[in-house]
Design a protein around this ligand. Structure first.
Ligand code: NDP
Length: 249
């Protein structure tokens, strides 16, 4: 990997650490979804915001991986495929399924996610298409990483499904129950973190690691915010439930 590319990635990770510390210390609640609030720029349609802010990730990584000088092989195809499957769900399926009709989010949040996804897609796609050495799918780390990725994705999607179905008959928020919700308030975030740990185990690269860390930096503070919000809003909220890591956090 070139020195400049590695340096950029270390700066990117450092920026993630600062963001994490800021979110934890300030206890600021990123203002979308249940924490949505005015004062963060004009408000835009929630469903379209999800589509546009995640769209760069869906296309940037696969395109760079494919147009780069590195020849595609089964290993790079695997990385592109699992990335694409995840983002196809996030960009196309998830926004169509959420029951947040009429809900809005501040444009500043959508824009920050949009630019994050451009950078993150660039780092991971540029690495696969331009830098990565020929990899092999016949390694233990690939099998183990794939198992971790699929486990995380299953937890993420099934938990999102549970949350979405809470709005089937009525608006507003309810206490989610069952499966991993018995252990943590945000199993969808836990699943997402597990997914990208799996991706890092497969890819064994600095760009993949940076994404895993950023996912953790983003979602752990948000899970703590959600958990506090549940405790503030429901007297009967299960007291033994943690925020995002069963029995620990
Ligand atoms: P949330 O858990 O806040 O919300 C998911 C959906 O379920 C929303 O439509 C929400 O509605 C609804 N919902 C949540 N809790 C309840 C409840 N108790 N009762 C009724 N409805 C509920 O997740 P996010 O919106 O923050 O994230 C969505 C997905 O995107 C997740 O899978 C997450 O992992 C992923 N993500 C990944 C990031 C990353 O860094 N890789 C960053 C952010 C998200 P409403 O919007 O009205 O609250």
């Amino acid at each position: 990997m070139t020195n400049n590319f590695s340096l950029l990635l270390y700066i990117w990770i450092g920026f993630g650490v600062l963001t994490f510390l800021y979110l934890i210390v300030s206890k600021i609640r990123t203002p979308y979804g249940r924490h949505s609030s005015h004062g963060w720029g004009i408000m835009v349609n929630n469903t379209w915001a999800w589509f546009w802010m995640e769209f760069p990730a869906l296309v940037v990584m696969p395109i760079l991986s494919i147009i780069g000088p590195n020849e595609l092989n089964s290993f790079s195809i695997l990385l592109i495929l699992i990335w694409f499957i995840h983002y196809f769900n996030r960009v196309i399926i998830f926004p169509l399924r959420i029951k947040t009709k009429g809900k809005k989010m501040p444009i500043s949040i959508a824009l920050s996610a949009f630019f994050f996804n451009i950078f993150n897609g660039f780092f991971n796609g540029y690495y696969v298409g331009f830098i990565m050495d020929q990899g092999s799918i016949y390694n233990y780390n690939v099998l183990i990483g794939l198992l971790i990725f699929v486990t995380g994705m299953t937890i993420n999607i099934s938990s999102d499904n549970t949350l979405i179905s809470l709005r089937k008959n009525s608006e507003g928020y309810k206490i989610p129950k069952g499966s991993f919700f018995n252990f943590v308030s945000c199993p969808n975030y836990m699943g997402e973190i597990i997914e990208w740990i799996g991706y890092s185990v497969i890819a064994m690269s600095l760009p993949a690691l940076s994404f895993t860390l950023w996912t953790f930096f983003n979602l752990v503070p948000r899970a703590l915010n959600h958990h506090d919000w549940y405790l503030e809003n429901f007297d009967n909220y299960p007291k033994n439930r943690k925020a995002v890591i069963p029995f620990i956090l």
